[in-house]
Design a protein. Structure first.
Lengths: 401, 381
């Protein structure tokens, strides 16, 4: 079956060299990294998950702690405090952070590394990178990316936030919603229309810093991801220097966003597969403890078969996701494969979480058990980063339909 | 190229298999399907082309290639447009002969493996019985030691190639002095007195393949008919089933891919309400879903094959690949039949055959339910 992937519209950043990764993606170094992150997550993050969920909050300090451990900089060059570019190492970090057991914490940490910092790195100049990327990698500054608006989500070309040139500045007006880290970020990469051109042409990416007059941040409450500081942003006659625009040319924003979607969606697929495997394990453990009618419920054939289906589907989603990751690190256009991985893993993760609730019976429905949290958190998968419907549109297009 | 396992050699092989399937076999597909049979020259011709012993040692006429050559063969041979032929060839290359290559003596390999690789001898595999399919442990066929050989009694059913085969690799319970010594494998020439083909079975799909029911009536076989170790036959056959399931998975996934390609091409052409039906969003999303699943299961198969090729005994992954490929292939076949509408339901359209043929994947080589049992148990459940 031939999948037509359009070539990348925007050149890869200067430090991105297609890697010759063997089929086995992970080297010894990656295995050591995995062990390190695992210990960090188990010791310093996971024990607080329940408390943080209750408070719907977690300490900002966490970003700095990740910075100290070098976990924010896997994709970025040494010049800015990173250790990369190594997207496979980033994949390890993403997979292991799902061990926190709180989707919102992982989401905030991820939106900072894989969205905000990545945009500044990929499209910013040296000065901009020094200003936001470097302190972003160390965890001193916290970033967000703002594309979605009340009237335009998946339909990026339809955004209405405007940045009108005024001398050496832009005057921003508009609002953004569902912005991960939006309510507590120090800087945000904002997609805005810099010209009246309709469609794809007129969008630029502009960094707005906290404290800018006319920039307001408000937190939103969510079904899941409750620890995440997802927010609504508003810009009212907000004056931002033109030097804050990422990219030398105006009007490249749409293509920049489309290119970075690949990593965003791939990072979601990686997290969804790793998360599904953890939720599966939670369910399996419970099924082997809980007894009914004189035996462990996991030993009833129906449950054994349902677990077999889940395990198989997780393994399949992982094979597809790693396939897309392999293509990505080789610099091969892979929009179709990434969209497939994101779509399939989102469905499977939510299905596994739903089965996890089911196997827990009444306890699964109780807020004090983690099953419900997994269920609420994984529901975001088919919505965030481009809905499943958008993924299918992209895949359909790659099939020539 | 690290993103693919297929080298230039594999691609040459792919071309050769494709040419054979499309040019030499497919033109006869309709006729053979109607007859419910295909001629034996298919085996000798495949042998001539070197396709029947891809992974087997050169000393017996094989190609000494890696497992990805088998994948290429499995992916391309289905282009013959008749599932039954692809299955008959897979039984020859990866099921019945595999235990001969793995457990056989040099003498057995020269007598059976070498002529199977050349296509001169056709092989079949005797596992299933009227009262024991997936449940191999409880087969009832016995081979009793009588001092100078074995006397076999029992019945086998659903035996692919059973009518045309020159020999059968069969599993039986061995008995000595009234004691069962376990399961054992034997190689039996089908012209041995007492080897009786009782009937040819009629099937929903895979209609070109001959499927036999066989009876063994006091069939005497010599001591050297024993294949592998006496009493180890259950283990031997469990090993054989892994290769059988993996080639089955490849056939199912690549079959699904071809059906999907056909449906996509049709959806681009066929007009309704003023536009190609593929431009309707509901159909486009359905096709996208099918493409995703086919791509995903293929990657699962490649991953599994990679580990199998490296010598790992990956029962869990093989069972998963077999389970999902069967499920997805039938789902895709049904989804594609729907795309073709009324034409899909007509016996003239090839999609109906794909739909019927594909249904077997969820039964043959171990049912979906048996796969789930295997996986569930390996998961500790």
């Amino acid at each position: 079956m031939h999948l037509t992937n359009p070539p990348y519209e925007v050149a890869f950043p200067d430090n991105f060299e297609p890697a010759e990764t063997p089929y086995e993606l992970f080297t010894e170094e990656h295995h050591s990294l995995r062990k390190m992150v695992k210990v960090f997550v188990e010791k310093e993050l996971a024990p607080h998950a329940i408390q943080w969920e209750g408070q719907e909050d977690f300490p900002r300090e966490t970003f700095r702690r990740l910075g100290e451990l070098g976990l924010n900089g896997m994709k970025f060059p040494e010049a800015y405090g990173g250790t990369g570019p190594d997207y496979v190492a980033e994949a390890v970090v993403i997979e292991e952070l799902t061990g926190i057991g709180s989707g919102g914490v992982a989401a905030d940490l991820g939106a900072h590394r894989d969205l905000a910092c990545l945009y500044v790195h990929n499209f910013g100049n040296d000065e901009q990178r020094k200003k936001w990327l470097k302190p972003g990698i160390s965890g001193q500054l916290l970033g967000a990316l703002a594309v979605t608006e009340p009237g335009a989500g998946s339909d990026v070309a339809g955004i209405e936030t405007r940045a009108v040139p005024d001398g050496g500045d832009y005057i921003l007006n508009g609002s953004k919603v569902f912005i991960t880290n939006g309510s507590w970020c120090d800087f945000v990469v904002v997609a805005a229309k810099t010209s009246s051109e309709e469609g794809h042409g007129g969008i630029s990416l502009i960094v707005v810093e906290k404290g800018t007059v006319g920039f307001e941040q408000r937190r939103m409450r969510m079904l899941g991801w409750r620890t995440s500081h997802t927010g609504e942003l508003s810009f009212q006659d907000c004056r931002v220097p033109k030097a804050n625009r990422l990219g030398e040319e105006e009007g490249r924003g749409f293509y920049q966003i489309m290119q970075n979607f690949q990593w965003e969606r791939l990072s979601m697929a990686l997290a969804q597969v790793a998360g599904a495997a953890r939720i599966y394990e939670m369910a399996r453990k419970y099924a082997l403890e809980r007894k009914a009618f004189g035996r462990e419920i996991g030993h009833f054939q129906v449950w054994r078969h349902r677990f077999a289906d889940m395990a198989s589907e997780i393994e399949m989603a992982r094979a597809l996701t790693y396939h897309a990751l392999r293509m990505f690190v080789h610099g091969i256009p892979c929009i179709a494969e990434v969209s497939m991985a994101k779509d399939l893993s989102a469905d499977i993760a939510f299905k596994v979480a739903d089965e996890c609730v089911q196997v827990h019976g009444g306890y699964g429905y109780m807020m004090e058990f983690p099953a419900q949290r997994a269920w609420r958190d994984t529901r975001l998968g088919p919505i965030g980063g481009g809905t499943s419907e958008i993924m299918k549109e992209i895949i359909g297009k790659s099939l020539g339909l | 190229m690290p993103v693919t396992f297929f080298t230039e050699e594999h691609e040459l092989l792919r071309k050769a298999v494709r040419r054979f399937a499309q040019e030499e076999l497919a033109p006869h597909a309709e006729e053979w399907e109607a007859q419910g049979d295909f001629p034996n020259w298919v085996f000798t011709r495949a042998g001539e082309l070197g396709l029947l012993g891809l992974t087997y040692p050169a000393q017996y006429g094989g190609q000494d290639a890696d497992y990805f050559a088998t994948i290429v063969f499995g992916e391309e041979i289905g282009r013959c447009a008749s599932g039954g032929i692809a299955m008959a060839l897979a039984v020859q290359t990866d099921m019945a002969t595999a235990p001969v290559n793995k457990f056989g003596t040099d003498e057995q390999k020269r007598r059976y493996l070498a002529p199977s690789i050349s296509g001169d001898k056709i092989a079949c595999l005797g596992i299933s019985e009227p009262n024991a399919g997936s449940d191999v442990m409880n087969i009832e066929t016995t081979a009793t030691w009588n001092g100078d050989g074995w006397v076999v009694n029992g019945r086998k059913i659903f035996i692919t190639n059973g009518y045309r085969a020159h020999y059968m690799v069969l599993v039986a319970k061995t008995k000595r002095d009234g004691q069962v010594t376990g399961h054992s494998l034997f190689i039996v020439d089908t012209d041995t007195p007492g080897f009786v083909r009782t009937r040819k079975l009629d099937k929903v799909g895979m209609r070109t393949s001959d499927t036999a029911e066989i009876a063994f009536e006091d069939m005497h076989i010599p001591p050297d008919a024993l294949l592998g170790q006496e009493g180890e036959g259950f283990k031997h056959i469990m090993w054989e089933l892994q290769g059988e399931r993996l080639i089955g998975a490849i056939a199912a996934a690549s079959g699904a891919e071809r059906m999907l390609e056909g449906a996509i091409a049709y959806a681009k052409e066929r007009q309704a309400f003023g536009r190609p039906i593929g431009k309707f969003q509901a159909l486009r999303h359905k096709l996208a879903d099918m493409a995703t699943k086919v791509t995903a299961v293929k990657e699962l198969i490649y991953y599994t094959a990679h580990r199998w090729n490296s010598g790992e005994y990956v029962v869990r992954e093989i069972s998963m690949a077999k389970l999902l490929s069967g499920k997805i292939a039938f789902e895709v076949a049904d989804g594609c039949l729907q795309v073709f509408g009324g034409f899909g339901y007509s016996m003239e359209a090839p999609i109906q055959r794909g739909w019927r043929d594909t249904r077997l994947n969820r039964i043959g080589g171990g049912t979906d339910e048996v796969m789930r049992e295997v996986i569930g148990k390996l998961e500790g459940l």
